[in-house]
Design a protein. Structure first.
Length: 395
């Protein structure tokens, strides 16, 4: 009974392969892809995403130590970067136990790690804040103050031989907006940091700046960073959303070079006809204006489908659109299949039939960005909200 009503998330391994290849080409020659599998693989499933991408890269990044341990348990033995600030603060020993690479951006973080050093050196990447005002050493303002803050972290790291400063990174604030002035400012600041590190921290050999949006629109070594002077660094790109086949741009730019790597589907659990004037779902917010064929779907906000899409969203039965009627419930949604049944017959919405809720390719696809806009959110949130109870199926 439960399996009959359970919605599923199909994971397309071939699409992941296509996307990482497209992103590697966009990153440019000599730039390696470090695949970001955080937030449960952007909601699609960390382990299925890892298994699809592992044949194509040995570098991965996550947000938390717990996410890193999940990938280690899945068999990943290569570089594994933990991006999420000091998520390891209460248990630094886990970094050594699982051979993880920590991101540090303050003297406090360096001192905390140094105090828990456990024999062999631990690789760390230095985060520098070039304009996002989030993680990292702030270097975007006064040059003297930024240089002093950077040197303080470098001095702290040098005082702890068990910490090996192996890489440096920053993160764009507006890469998805293609806002040239801020992007250029951040590239220039990062180049200045690399110049300084060449003399002050020669162990830093890895550099990375570009997320999905920057990789697709600017490359993995944008602007001045493409100069030969920076060939001494091993360059990574850190795509996330693009790996899953969703454009990082709200306007859909670059969507044509990606292939959606997932399809969220839900089953019909009941199909019935109600008369004109019937009220639908909690609160009786929708009244049928005609005799209506209804399909009750095994899907709800407990599965991560936004309640904000009540009366706003839609699903696809093949090429036939079925709008949501009334309020999204915890475990169920009511959709109007009148037109779908008229076009394709009652079998299209028979109990057990599947419709597409989100993602996919072809005529039954439901694009994440337009649907997210109807819910007043973004594609990232729509995807990462998909609940763990949704059954992931590798294709």
């Amino acid at each position: 009974m439960e399996r009959h009503r359970q919605n599923i998330l199909e994971v397309d391994g071939a699409a992941f392969a296509h996307n990482i290849d497209a992103l590697a080409r966009a990153a440019g020659p000599g730039v390696s892809v470090c695949a970001v599998i955080k937030a449960g693989g952007y909601g699609i499933g960390a382990v299925p995403a890892y298994r699809a991408l592992a044949p194509h890269t040995d570098r991965f990044a996550v947000a938390t130590v717990e996410e890193a341990c999940e990938l280690r348990a899945a068999g990943h033995a290569g570089p594994l970067l933990v991006l999420g600030g000091a998520c390891w603060w209460d248990d630094p020993d886990t970094l050594w136990a699982h051979n993880l690479t920590a991101v540090v951006g303050s003297v406090d973080e360096v001192e905390r790690l140094g105090a828990h050093a456990s024999g062999r050196p631990l690789d760390v990447h230095l985060a520098v804040d070039t304009g996002l005002s989030r993680e990292g050493v702030y270097v975007a303002g006064d040059e003297g103050a930024g240089r002093a803050a950077l040197d303080a972290v470098l001095d702290a790291a040098a005082a702890h031989p068990a910490l090996r400063l192996a890489g440096v990174m920053t993160h764009f604030a507006n890469a998805d907006l293609a806002e040239a002035e801020m992007n250029t400012h951040q590239v220039e600041r990062f180049a200045d940091v690399l110049d300084h590190l060449t003399a002050r921290a020669p162990t830093v050999r890895i550099a990375h700046i570009s997320n999905s949006a920057a990789t697709l629109s600017l490359s993995g070594r944008p602007g001045r960073l493409a100069d030969n002077a920076y060939d001494r660094f091993t360059w990574w790109a850190r795509p996330g959303l693009g790996l899953y086949g969703v454009s990082p741009f709200p306007d859909g730019r670059c969507a044509d070079v990606l292939r959606c790597a997932f399809r969220w589907r839900a089953p019909v659990v009941l199909h019935k006809r109600v008369p004109r004037g019937a009220k639908v779902s909690y609160g009786s917010t929708f009244t049928c204006a005609r005799d209506t064929e209804l399909a009750l779907l095994g899907l709800g906000y407990a599965d991560g489908y936004p309640r904000a899409l009540s009366g706003q969203g839609h699903v696809m039965f093949g090429p036939h659109r079925a709008p949501i009627l009334g309020r999204v419930c915890m475990d169920l949604i009511v959709v109007d299949v009148t037109d779908a049944v008229a076009a394709a017959g009652p079998g299209i919405a028979a109990p057990g039939a599947l419709c597409t809720v989100l993602g996919g390719t072809g005529p039954d696809a439901v694009a994440p960005w337009p649907l997210a806009a109807k819910a007043g959110t973004i594609a990232y949130e729509l995807m990462t909200s998909i609940a763990t109870r949704v059954h992931r199926v590798a294709q």
